[in-house]
Design a protein around this ligand. Structure first.
Ligand code: DGY
Length: 425
């Protein structure tokens, strides 16, 4: 069983491979996406280490001078996607979007290095990436935490990866739609409309893009100018984990300054996360920086936080919470709890389970000694693949595969689950 699933996963990664980067899936996402690529590289390292490094190097070749690593790199034109480079207008040599995505690169590069068979080659590649990832982390704290709170804010839902989460509903009420240029969505040509964000959400996504574009994509201005500023515990947990991993890698490669800086960010971030903890829900919550209050919704963001090194009591409580959620769904981990009124099992980030999320949560919980729940998450993930193939995401109750098909990061995570169990203990 394990082998044929791995063969199938490798096949998907090869079919989505455009030589120097991998598309998430043909049609729906025809370019290079930031965190997709870093997670895909983990799967590629199983059968071609050199190719895995190339995936991340291609991404960082489009890093901006100010340190930002964009969420999409438009390597070539494709009329099947909206919004394309003509909407973003970021003026980069290879066109890119102008916002970022969850910073998994520090984590992924450390893992590639740790598992590399060709250590000398891996050290060379990792050493070249180290200052670039460090510069991206520095960009986050300079541009998205201007008051030095220790935690960074998102200024667009697409940065979180969780585009249409219930977490943004209140904040989106404050995002206007006046002046949004008429547009035609292309995602609905490739995916079922009932699995995707709504038109009202798309109008606000585009409003924010136009606002930032009008400010010349100047990151010294965008944070303060954005009507949408959310501190997401999952996003910050990923950043903290990547800072901690980059610090360890920098130590291993003899770069003490990079190590010290990243360790300090990780430490300050972990301490600041305490302010996002909710005893009522037994998990972290988002914080709406613009409104100055927590977001009263227990989404998966507060569970993804377990990917970061956290106080033991927090990791234990998150483990218990997920175990309890397992009674309401067939397959962990739902992106929105099934017992909330807003739960929608097929609509993108308002209910479905995602394998990349399951990977990060199970990794964090296993490190914290929560082996039972980590194992249930891994088993549920593999059951979803057996039931419904390599989809973008899954209905956590019926197991139906939703969104795009033959999905790269789903394939990569299957390889991880089936081959990397040693790293999860
Ligand atoms: C999309 O187009 O749906 C993406 O999630 C934006 O990055």
């Amino acid at each position: 069983m394990g082998h044929s699933l791995i063969d199938h996963a490798v096949d998907i990664l090869n079919k989505n491979d455009l030589r120097t980067y991998t598309v998430p899936t043909h049609g729906l996402y025809p370019f290079q996406w930031n965190w997709d690529s870093c997670l895909v590289a983990l799967g590629q390292s199983y059968f071609d280490e050199a190719r895995a490094w190339t995936e991340i190097e291609t991404l960082f070749a489009s890093q901006w001078d100010d340190g930002l690593v964009p969420h999409i790199i438009f390597h070539k034109d494709d009329p099947g996607y909206f919004p394309g480079p003509d909407v973003w207008q970021t003026g980069q040599p290879i066109p890119t979007s102008g916002i970022t995505q969850p910073p998994v690169a520090g984590f992924a590069v450390r893992r590639l290095y740790d598992r590399a068979k060709d250590k000398a080659q891996a050290a060379k590649q990792a050493r070249a990436l180290l200052p670039k990832i460090d510069a991206w982390h520095d960009w986050f704290f300079r541009c998205r935490d201007p008051e030095g709170t220790g935690l960074v804010a998102l200024i667009h839902p697409w940065e979180s990866g969780r585009d249409n989460s219930v977490d943004w509903d209140d904040a989106f009420d404050r995002v206007p739609t006046e002046g949004v240029e008429p547009f035609e969505r292309r995602d609905l040509m490739h995916a079922d409309a009932s699995h995707r964000p709504t038109q009202a959400q798309y109008e606000r996504y585009i409003y924010l893009v136009q606002l930032f574009r009008d400010l010349g994509w100047d990151n010294t201005k965008l944070h303060d100018a954005s009507p949408f500023q959310i501190v997401d515990p999952g996003f910050n947990g990923i950043l903290i984990r990547s800072c901690a991993d980059l610090a360890d890698l920098a130590d291993a490669l003899g770069e003490p300054e990079i190590a010290a800086r990243n360790r300090a960010w990780a430490k300050a971030g972990s301490a600041a996360m305490e302010a996002l903890w909710s005893d009522t829900y037994g998990q972290y919550l988002c914080y709406d920086r613009k409104a100055g209050r927590p977001v009263d919704n227990p989404s998966v963001a507060g569970l993804i936080a377990a990917f970061a090194p956290l106080p033991q009591k927090r990791a234990d409580r998150i483990g218990t919470r997920i175990k309890n959620m397992g009674e309401d769904v067939t397959y962990l981990v739902p992106s929105q709890p099934a017992d909330t009124a807003t739960f929608d099992g097929k609509r993108y980030w308002r209910g479905p389970a995602w394998l990349i999320v399951n990977y990060m949560i199970s990794d964090g919980l296993a490190h914290a000694g929560q082996h039972d729940v980590a194992e249930r998450i891994v088993n549920d993930s593999l059951s979803l693949i057996e039931a419904s193939g390599f989809a973008e995401y899954y209905d956590p109750i019926t197991g139906e595969g939703c969104g795009g098909k033959a999905f790269s990061w789903t394939a990569a995570m299957v390889i991880e689950f089936l081959t990397r169990s040693k790293e999860l203990v």
